[in-house]
Design a protein around this ligand. Structure first.
Ligand SMILES: [Zn+2]
Length: 315
């Protein structure tokens, strides 16, 4: 069974053709250009899919189903994208729009959930039935896979851990609340902590890396400086790790998945980050036999969104 999967992002849309073994046979991309009519965008989604199918030597009608991962909340039962801030879509009947262009069954889901599904089937979580994938990028998102299926929540908003409160009364968040996980555990949060350290301690190597311009400091520079032992960067990294470990511990206590997978730009720090977070996770002192839940870095990269979207039909 060959399926189509489209990862619809804020800047570009990527369509992939997924073979039964979890390999992408072909990929095609289009710019998203948010702000234009949704109908036009649906036409481009279908166009990218047709192009990918053609590259794979198939006609779109030969696809068993087509899945679309959106950067927001979607309801697969009704075929409606309920809330997608980045694209300005609210209660948009995307499935209906897609059926003007393609005749295959169309499934909708959240992009972070789709990526988690892909990692659990074919990536870092291969062989597990339950896992949580946390994406550490500009923001923070999570996808929850339980018994091999994505848990979307009652209304499609499950897994939005970026806006769970981590520090009561903390840093104001874009969502209107304050102290959200996203303000501390995203790349943006890490950069903010790095910039604050630079303002307090001008002697840090982070300052040199950024060429003396704090607005140029990025997450990779902070992680590199911490890895190289710059004391200020090490403190920032440790603070970041404590916040992240608190969030991960919460996921483990609540769901006890078989594995926690970290994805997104910050996760590229690999074992440097994973080992530091693992060391900070609280242990069950009173129950020594209680197993530790392993942490792994995502391994499918940008393909996870397309692969996961294609799998939405049977999850
Ligand atoms: Zn928030």
């Amino acid at each position: 069974m060959v399926r189509g999967g489209i990862d619809l992002g804020g800047t570009h849309m990527a369509a992939g053709i997924l073979a039964e073994d979890g390999k992408l046979l072909a990929v095609a991309e289009r710019p998203t250009r948010p702000g234009r009519p949704a109908e036009e965008m649906a036409g481009d989604l279908a166009g990218a899919l047709e192009e990918a199918a053609e590259k794979a030597g198939l006609r779109p009608e030969e696809l068993a189903s087509v899945g679309i991962g959106v950067p927001g909340a979607a309801n697969d039962e009704t075929g409606v994208v309920t809330n997608c801030n980045n694209l300005g879509w609210y209660h948009l009947p995307l499935r209906e729009l897609m059926h003007r262009y393609i005749s295959r069954p169309v499934h909708l889901g959240n992009d972070a959930n789709a990526a988690a599904l892909a990692e659990s089937r074919y990536g870092a979580g291969k062989g597990t039935k339950s896992c949580v994938m946390i994406t550490l990028g500009t923001g923070v998102g999570a996808g929850i896979v339980l018994d091999g299926r994505v848990w979307n929540g009652a209304f499609g908003y499950a897994g939005e851990i970026g806006h769970m409160c981590l520090v009561p009364g903390g840093v104001p968040c874009t969502c209107g609340r304050s102290g959200c996980v996203e303000q501390y555990c995203s790349a943006t949060g890490l950069i903010r902590m790095g910039q604050r350290a630079c303002e307090l301690f001008r002697d840090t190597r982070m300052m040199t890396e950024a060429g003396g311009d704090l607005s140029r400091l990025n997450a990779r520079m902070i992680l590199d400086c911490a890895r190289d032992g710059d004391p200020r960067a090490v403190s920032v990294f440790q603070e970041y790790v404590r916040f992240l470990a608190t969030v991960i511990d919460g996921m483990i206590v609540l769901l006890e998945p078989e594995m926690i997978i970290l994805g997104g730009g910050v996760s590229r720090a690999g074992s440097f980050l994973l080992d530091a977070v693992s060391a900070q996770l609280p242990r069950w002192e009173a129950d020594e036999k209680r197993p530790d839940i392993p942490l792994r870095a995502a391994c499918l990269g940008n393909e996870a969104g397309m692969i996961g979207a294609a799998l939405l039909g049977d999850a």
